[in-house]
Write a protein that binds this ligand. Structure first.
Ligand SMILES: Cc1cc2nc3c(=O)[nH]c(=O)nc-3n(C[C@H](O)[C@H](O)[C@H](O)COP(=O)(O)O)c2cc1C
Length: 184
């Protein structure tokens, strides 16, 4: 069955290593008839959550801040799968991704008990380091995030050892990302 997939791309580099993973993943997913929509967060006007707890009053426009999150909310609500794509920044997600993710709280606010909509999730990440200990902190964070949201992990693809744009060329993670997309 065809699925709706959204990608939240936290990389600020339009042709960077994260984007290469996204392109391969998308190729795989589209080859199986899935619909993929990628949001390049760096190009969007998205402010940090204000923590006002004043959202959730309007399902179409759940946050009190009226910025480019308004483009993401309806797609997020309709999607079965959310892909978190990011360069590793200080052993975590980039600020662009964390900023947008925090703002998804406004959707949870539409539910009286702040319940998040249930999603399947995927992590795509590029990083300079290439050791198990380098990936551990972010994988642990990602898995605990999913546990708390009651989301289901469909896969993690990490391309280690890539620093500059283009370093990812020929990396085995590209094929892994494509296969993951095609496996959905
Ligand atoms: C601010 C900043 C922080 C970074 N922190 C890490 C890190 O903690 N661990 C790591 O392995 N690489 C780190 N890197 C390297 C990036 O993850 C790496 O260059 C990655 O390939 C960038 O992906 P992109 O091409 O999609 O921007 C950092 C890079 C920057 C600019």
């Amino acid at each position: 069955m065809s699925k709706r997939i959204i990608i939240l791309n936290g990389s600020p580099r339009p042709n960077g290593n994260t984007k290469a993973l996204i392109q391969k993943f998308t190729e795989g997913a589209e080859s199986k008839g899935h619909t993929v929509k990628c949001f390049d967060l760096q190009t969007m006007n998205i402010h940090g959550c204000r923590g006002c707890f004043g959202g959730g009053k309007d399902k179409l426009s759940p946050c009190v801040q009226k910025d480019d999150m308004l483009k993401i909310y309806p797609e997020y609500m309709a999607a079965e799968i959310v892909v978190l794509a990011s360069p590793m920044y200080y052993w975590g997600f980039s600020g662009q991704l964390k900023c947008a993710f925090d703002r998804l709280f406004a959707v949870a606010e539409c539910n009286p008990s702040y319940e998040n909509p249930k999603k399947d999730c995927i992590l795509l990440m590029a990083s300079e380091g290439d050791s198990k200990s380098n990936f551990e902190p972010v994988e642990k964070y990602y898995m605990s995030l999913l546990k708390n949201l009651e989301w289901h992990n469909l896969g993690i693809v990490v391309a280690g050892g890539v620093l500059h744009i283009g370093d990812i060329e020929g990396h085995k993670a590209l094929e892994e990302a494509k296969s993951l997309g095609a496996s959905l």
